[in-house]
Design a protein around this ligand. Structure first.
Ligand code: FAD
Length: 322
């Protein structure tokens, strides 16, 4: 396996941040494997999005603007990705570990007779052998698994596991031919509902997270949401809050939840267990609001505001709003 292909995820004309992370990592992997780094971008606006990818260190961006891809049926996307992978030759395909990416990956491995490793947070290259590091069993075990006996390998990669870096090298943009149609379903009707927390949290520049210290579900909407809105951010949570049923699991940050990398992370009533830390430690600035000034989170926070969240957060929100 020598080459690397990134499947670009975009919505409403915006490329998801994870794509840039994968594009950067694809270059590093391709260099270690001795191959080339590719991306594929499909659907409405693909050409413009491909141009924005040109500042990332890719060799080729494969493009197709095809209305069949935009109607929510995944088969046309798989047709294109399969065709691109086969034209590149033996390669690792990196897709985001998101709803879209998981949908693509599961079908692609059947088409390409490929191996697959899910929820990858790191890679390890040894010669032409590619291994993936991935938490398993709810984060209790961290595994390193290598692809063997396959020409194609698919890895779903956790958003925010890698940083994105532009290089300005200027990737070549190539149009894809329409592959033979292998669609076995047709769209009859569709109703689109945004999945809560699926996009906002991982890409928000500010995350305001709550933990067990909040004591129940209401403070997430009455205390944290106004502050997050005032800062243009999103609300997150610790596992204790998700396990208690106060918020959906889609808001959980940490080893068994999402990895976030905002400019500012405000942890409210969260003690800072290692399993939480691994999901937010790369935030630019970390502020903890905690009754206990010596809670473990104080060891990796830039600022600790010691006191009762119910007194501090409304005041802070007022200050931000004015
Ligand atoms: C395999 C495994 C995977 C895990 N994965 C995750 C994960 O992905 N994410 C995650 O978060 N955890 C995870 N955990 C759980 C983790 O170990 C901790 O139990 C959890 O993070 C604790 O959540 P917390 O900080 O909200 O609660 P606590 O540890 O109970 O902390 C509550 C904090 O609130 C403060 N507080 C109380 N009242 C107030 C108040 N009024 N104002 C201000 N502060 C107050 C307290 O001083 C305390 O520091 C995992 C555990 C295991 C074993």
């Amino acid at each position: 396996m020598k080459h690397v292909l990134v499947v670009v995820e975009h919505r409403k004309g915006q490329t998801r941040k994870v794509t840039y992370e994968l594009a950067t990592e694809a270059r590093a992997l391709a260099d270690q494997l001795g191959g080339t780094a590719h991306a594929i971008v499909l659907g409405a606006g693909a050409q413009t999005l491909a141009e924005s990818l040109a500042t990332y260190p890719l060799d080729v961006v494969h493009v197709a603007e095809d209305a069949d891809v935009d109607a929510y049926l995944i088969d046309p996307t798989i047709d294109y990705v399969e065709a691109a992978a086969r034209s590149i030759g033996s390669c690792a395909v990196l897709v985001p570990n998101t709803m879209f990416g998981r949908d693509v990956a599961s079908r692609l491995i059947a088409r390409l007779d490929a191996g697959m490793i899910a929820d990858v947070t790191g890679f390890d290259v040894d010669g032409e052998r590619l291994a993936c590091i991935a938490p398993k069993l709810g984060g209790a075990t961290i595994t390193t698994c290598a692809f063997v006996n396959c020409d194609y390998a698919v890895a779903t990669v956790r958003p925010n596991a890698f940083s994105a870096q532009t290089s300005g090298s200027g990737a070549r943009i190539e149009a894809l031919q329409k592959p033979p149609d292998r669609t076995y379903a047709m769209r009859v009707e569709s109703e689109v509902e945004e999945a809560s927390g699926e996009i906002g949290l991982e890409e928000a520049p500010v995350v305001v997270s709550g933990g067990r210290g909040l004591g129940g579900p209401e403070p997430f909407t009455t205390l944290l949401k106004p502050l997050a809105d005032a800062l243009g951010g999103a609300v997150g949570a610790s596992r204790a809050a998700a396990d208690a049923g106060w918020v959906p699991y889609s808001l959980q940050i940490g080893q068994t939840g999402k990895t976030v990398s905002p400019k500012l992370y405000i942890a409210v009533g969260i003690s800072g267990a290692i399993q939480h830390k691994v999901g937010m430690r790369s935030a630019g600035t970390i502020i903890a609001v905690n009754k206990d000034a010596t809670a473990p989170i104080s060891e990796f926070s830039d600022l600790v505001v010691a006191g009762d969240a119910f007194a501090i957060i409304p005041e802070l929100t007022k200050l931000v709003q004015t």
